[in-house]
Design a protein around this ligand. Sequence first.
Ligand code: AMP
Ligand code: FE
Ligand code: FE
Ligand code: ZN
Length: 287
Amino acid sequence: MTFVLRGPADLHTHSAVSDGTQSPRELVSAAARAGIATLALTDHDSTAGWEEASSAARETGIALIPGMELSTRHGHRSVHLLAYLVDPDNRALLDETARIRESRLTRAERIVENLSADFLISWDDVRDQAQPGATIGRPHIADALVARGIVTDRSAAFDGILHPSRGYVFPHYAPDPVTAVALVRAAGGVPVLAHPATTGRSGMLSETSIRALVDAGLFGLEIEHRENTPEGKATLRAYARRYGLVSTGSSDYHGAGKPNALAENTTDPEVVAQIVDAATGWSPVRA
Ligand code: AMP
Ligand code: FE
Ligand code: FE
Ligand code: ZN
């Protein structure tokens, strides 16, 4: 049965299960207050927030699309893949996300070691910034730098100390995007490439790479995202037409961790229905 709904859909948001600043329940409440009818929870490499967000959605009366933002890497490029309605108990996906989270943790510990040579910061400072079990990332290190008064906010940290050019940070393990798309499909999920044009056409995946993702089962492109450049969006629209991909729009809300506001971009309800219809791993939660 087709998923019929009305109202704004925001298909990319984070809770404190990864690098957002609100609990899944608080996120769902904030979404309801913002007038969102359909919300996707897409924490980095984790489905740990699904249960809490699902009960909150039932109570609040909004629809929830449980999802995840999977970390992948193509060469030197970090590529994020939104994975909607996957089977959260799928063995291969569980193993892969556990491996990524583990690598994120050891990487963060080493980054803090690097930083501690020049700044007064320790692993305890970072642990204080993350809830137990959270998917650790640079944002938690940024928060620790803020708490120590070394930088003013997350953005300042990313533009400065945590920028790769400064030499403290380095990448964590992540699968190839083609492998990740196949993994999401095998888990019954619907893969959509997150913010594919953040650095314009030059930094974007090549058309050949995008076509390889399409062949592996890519379903859509997140075109309306504040970090996609205007030229990049135009190129993505052409790819969407050429390869029959859906186009989504979303906020990539991180609570107080980023300026992105809930529903600042939204996805056409017709596209949401297509995503739901294409999924076999899990079902949306409706009041
Ligand atoms: P990591 O995955 O550990 O490399 O960290 C990347 C994450 O940091 C992304 O998923 C973003 O959510 C977040 N991020 C990137 N740039 C910024 C920024 N300027 N301010 C706040 N968060 C950011
Ligand atoms: Fe993030
Ligand atoms: Fe992302
Ligand atoms: Zn995100």
